[in-house]
Design a protein around this ligand. Structure first.
Ligand code: G6P
Ligand code: MG
Length: 218
């Protein structure tokens, strides 16, 4: 099946914001006296804000009221927004401009499927907002990753059948979302974590578009 859309995750795929999410969650976990390391964080990548907070609370055996949870989620978000405040076009990962140019040249649509409510701000700071044919609104997604809703929403908006789409993710939850959406999958990061992906590259700049398109068509 020939590919007509590439649907990207943002944090950890196009820029290093996955690290900032980790730092902000780690600070909150410390405040709550819950042990939380990078291995725990792998489970959180791609997971929405309240789901991520719940993971930390469950890990610490903590029970909070809904309003306490919202207060802690807001606190993490304020910290995260401080961490991304200095971001600029220089923070776009190497290789993204080239990849987008190649996709455009090939007539392949570009979509964004980020669970982050800060995604609009981040892509604007990176100077790539205009490159996307469609950007999912995380606030309108009712079932977060690993549910396939967000990838399917973007595919539908682009007028592409799932099988004609390639999803690109750095997270386990996001990869599951792509697979359950019936799309072809690229993992960016550690091959041991992302072993279920059809193609795995350590970094977005390593992605071999010609190879993917050739193999995806078979
Ligand atoms: C992405 C990130 C997660 C983050 C989630 C929600 O999926 O991978 O780490 O928790 O977005 O982000 P937000 O900016 O809305 O809190
Ligand atoms: Mg990610």
């Amino acid at each position: 099946m020939s590919i007509c859309a590439f649907i990207f995750d943002l944090d950890g795929v196009l820029t290093d914001t996955a690290e900032y999410h980790y730092q902000a969650w780690a600070a909150l976990a410390k405040e709550l006296d819950v042990a939380f390391d990078r291995q725990d964080n792998e489970q959180l990548k791609g997971v929405d804000r309240m789901g991520s907070l719940q993971f930390i609370l469950d890990k610490g055996g903590l029970q909070l009221t809904a309003s306490q949870k919202h207060a802690f989620a807001d606190k993490k978000n304020r910290h995260y927004q401080q961490l991304i405040a200095h971001m600029s076009e220089a923070d776009l990962f190497d290789g993204v401009h080239d990849l987008f140019a190649q996709l455009k040249q090939a007539g392949i649509a570009i979509g964004l499927a980020s669970a982050s409510k800060n995604a609009g701000m981040v892509i604007s700071r990176l100077g790539i907002s205009q490159d996307f044919d469609y950007v999912a609104d995380a606030a309108k997604i009712t079932q977060g990753k690993p549910h396939p809703e967000i990838f399917l929403t973007v595919a539908q908006a682009l007028g592409a059948e799932p099988a004609q789409c390639v999803g690109v993710e750095d997270s386990l939850a996001g990869l599951q979302s792509i697979i359950d959406a019936g799309m072809q999958s690229i993992g960016i990061g550690d091959a041991k974590v992302l072993e279920q992906a059809q193609w795995i590259y350590p970094h977005i700049k390593d992605l071999q578009l010609a190879t993917v398109l050739k193999q995806a068509a078979n």
